[in-house]
Design a binder for this molecule. Sequence first.
Ligand code: ADP
Length: 644
Amino acid sequence: MNRKSSKKKQKTNDNKMLSWKETWQINKMALLLIHRSQSGLIATSLMPCVWSALTPYVGIWLLALIIDELSGSRRPQRLLTLVLATLISSALISLADALLKKRKAVEEECRFYYLRKITADKMMDMDFCIVDNPDTDRKLAQILQNQSGGGWGLIRAFRLMEELLTAILTLFGGIAMTITLFTSRVPDNAGTLTILNNPLFLALIIAVMLAVTYIAPLLSNKADSYYAFNSNIHTLANRLFGHYGFMGKRKEFAADMRIYRQDKLCEKYNNDKSGAFCSQGYFAKLARGPMGLYSGASGAVSVMFTGVAYLFAGLKAWAGAFGVGMMTQYVSSIVRLAGGLSSFIGTLGQTRINATFVKMLLDFLETPNVMYQGSLTVEKRNDRQYEIEFQDVSFRYPGNDQYALRHVNMKFTVGRRLAVVGMNGSGKTTFIKLLCRLYDPTEGRILLNGIDIRKYSYREYLSIFSVVFQDFTLTDLPLGQNVAAAMNYDGSLAASCLQKSGFGDRLDRLPDGLETYLSKRLNKNGMDMSGGEKQKIALARALYRDTPFIILDEPTAALDPLAEAEIYSNFNAIIKDKTAIYISHRLSSCKFCDDILVFDSGAIVQQGSHDVLVEDTAGKYHELWQAQAQYYNSQPNPQGSPAR
Ligand code: ADP
């Protein structure tokens, strides 16, 4: 890619360089965030910075004294004292340095997890509808990619702060050690070299040094900015790499990879030399072009500083302004000073670039919730008399033109069994998501005991539902903790819920009973469960919660017919006086329900009992029933045919 088009690419990027004021504010907020997430970290990290910035000057100073003594009076006693002081001080400095750094390393070990937790906590805090929005996922992925790919973000802000402090202290130490280089005078008999005493000459030397020190990091930051401000390109490249590069390693892909030779799909990506990070890719071209050029120029300019400093100190020593010991001190200190100055300017530049990435995180963390948070408490009724009503509810997913639900009207009371049936995509799961207030209706309202559910405290409202979603999640933790969704649980209740959900026999055969881990990832004695077994555990978890409403989205899809028959025959006993809502494809599973809602294209097209609905030969239910009956009639079903 030529320079013109790379410039164009930079312009098309979303990221913008922030002002210094914004940079300062964002970094301040970043440090506060880090402090809140891990309070001891800042202090523990800064101590080694202060130590390692200032202590090297002790060695430089002592070495200068030794060299001066060697080239001057050569007093054995003084030399011995100086050598001993050098040895003891460097031993003590190294000891303290190691202690401080070790302490810092231990704190930092947890830093990654604490900082990762910041985004995880935010996700938990967000309204479900925001989490479910693909935009949220994109933003979070970009933040995490910037962090793991380019190393930009909160951790970098922290590291840059450490570097800035080290640079400032190095700078002060260097100035203190070299001030006499500029103030000491060459003797008047030094001929033309007395020009070194001329304030104008001094000003010129200092100006050259400052210019060189300023330009070097400027060039290096310019090189860095090519990478930083093309983060959208390397984020995509990283994602592709993450997707293809690691597919072979993932256990859950292993079977499909073999059967469908998905490695061939990846080959195309892996062999593509023009990928963002490959030898013919965008960044490689930048590195061979402007990025490399700026980086090289920066290196060349920075050695000029050392050259000028050596020349100046050498000429002054030659002219007799100071001895060889001081020459050593000046040269060593000035190299450190130059390093400090260059690091200071470079770090400032990097801090400004990094602020753009920290801002992305801060913006993400400030994403406001949009759902109205009511304050009414949900009446805890012993008689469990709850009534739910949908009043002309319509719903569109954010960013979608199409309605997923259209004019839904229905009412049901607790204690009844309600089935929700319909083709795929007809709106069944969306109906449940609205009922659980994971989304609010676009139009219309949902009432609980006559009150709009938005007026209830959200947490309270959620607490009356247990849901087994189709794509439920279990953790790798022990079975009992999974059932109770808590670390501490009532073992006999957990076991009885597992019994009811049909997991009893399996539980009896588990080596560690309720303490069995649900995979080998956390414990080598863990057991991998089949899809059907997992579904039974999820069902037991819903029962353990003992809420007035229990909602099962395709509760038996992964169960074998015998297990399904067992669960259904016991269902009334299992759920007792709870209201149960089933979403099911198998209409035979719904026969025992008091009421059946038939969804079609986002609307309730029929409602009634099985016996009534099946008689309506023009209705959707009859159509679905017939379609399944044909299947069951031609293939004997251990559960019995649903056809009448
Ligand atoms: P069902 O449960 O009956 O299979 P859903 O309620 O899942 O149907 O889906 C109803 C409609 O809403 C479908 O057209 C589906 O594509 C759409 N839909 C479901 N979830 C989302 C989502 N998170 N974002 C956008 N559209 C969605």
